[in-house]
Design a protein around this ligand. Structure first.
Ligand code: BT5
Length: 278
């Protein structure tokens, strides 16, 4: 990664000058948390960005791990202090997903790559051709109002460990061309910080609903809920719903076979396509 170029781009695009680069670290989300603790939540803390070439203990949700090999991906955490109540912080994941998907698609268009289209798998994955290219982990830091939004994108990876081979992909694998990580980072963070500003002003996600639902991979398709209370984990009729997109709180609207609608929130359940991951 060319850190000089990235610093210039971030300053020009998003006025972010507080950037922490690591050749190697355990997890950029952990580095952001530590930074907030060490700086005692002073205004020096945000907005800032933590970027590493490799993560030795990349983290997913619910204690899962995130594969972060050297020099091939974007492993970064955006630290900010949004003026939002804690129950609206999950909206940042929704915004980050949209920021990543839109950035990938606009770069593809600019590079005349026509066979690549990134879609969102609610709530925190970006997929291309049904395989995961990006995962997002948003966390509220301790008792503070700081939020760290960790974003992992497989950019120029050519291979994956056996356990991920079927379900992971990279921008290079899907397009056949090498992508510029510095530019991708700068545009993702620019889009994300603009969205967060708008979210703070409006207090809900109405302003992105149309764009988000257009990119939602499950839109108007059958989905199965996994986890949560009173939810049958099998593909039985009573557990199959039609996904109707997100509402302005970021919850997913699902419809049962009788046409009754309900919403499910981030963290409550997982949603899968009826034939697997998407
Ligand atoms: C996520 O969790 O997808 C959130 C991933 C967030 C990673 C970023 S990188 C920068 C920052 N620092 C961190 O330590 N984390 C954040 P989840 O929905 O729980 O998905 C985790 C699952 O995705 C794993 O159990 C694997 O099945 C799969 N997986 C792991 N590594 C992957 C990769 N590189 N590409 C695609 N899938 C992967």
């Amino acid at each position: 990664m060319d850190t000089r170029t990235l610093s210039t781009l971030l300053e020009n695009y998003c006025h972010i000058t507080n950037i922490h680069y690591y050749d190697e670290t355990d997890s950029t989300n952990l580095r952001a948390k530590q930074y907030v603790q060490e700086n005692d939540g002073t205004s020096a803390c945000s907005p800032c960005l933590f970027v590493s070439e490799v993560q030795t203990a990349g983290r997913g949700r619910l204690g899962r791990s995130w594969e972060s090999p050297p020099n091939e991906g974007i492993w970064m955490s955006f630290l900010c202090k949004p003026n939002l109540p804690p129950n609206q912080i999950s909206g940042v994941t929704i915004l980050a997903g949209l920021a990543v998907a839109k950035t990938i698609n606009s770069f593809a268009l600019k590079q005349s790559i026509h066979n690549l289209y990134a879609e969102i798998k609610w709530p925190n994955d970006i997929v291309i051709n049904k395989k995961k290219v990006c995962g997002i982990l948003t966390e509220l830091i301790g008792n503070t109002s700081y939020v760290v939004c960790g974003i992992g994108v497989n950019v120029n990876s050519l291979s994956f460990p056996e356990n991920l081979f079927q379900k992971a992909t990279s921008l290079l694998k899907e397009s056949g061309v090498v992508w510029n990580r510095e530019k991708l980072i700068a545009v993702i963070i620019k889009n994300l910080s603009d969205y967060i500003n708008s979210y703070e002003k409006s207090g809900d996600l109405d302003f992105i609903l149309y764009d988000y639902n257009k990119l939602l991979v499950s839109m108007d398709k059958e989905v199965v809920l996994i986890g949560g209370t009173n939810i049958n984990e099998k593909n039985s009729d009573e557990n199959i719903y039609i996904s109707k997109g997100i509402d302005k709180t970021g919850a997913l609207i699902i419809e049962d076979s009788k046409g009754n609608r309900q919403t499910v929130s981030t963290g409550e359940v997982s949603v899968r396509g009826i034939n697997g991951y998407v």
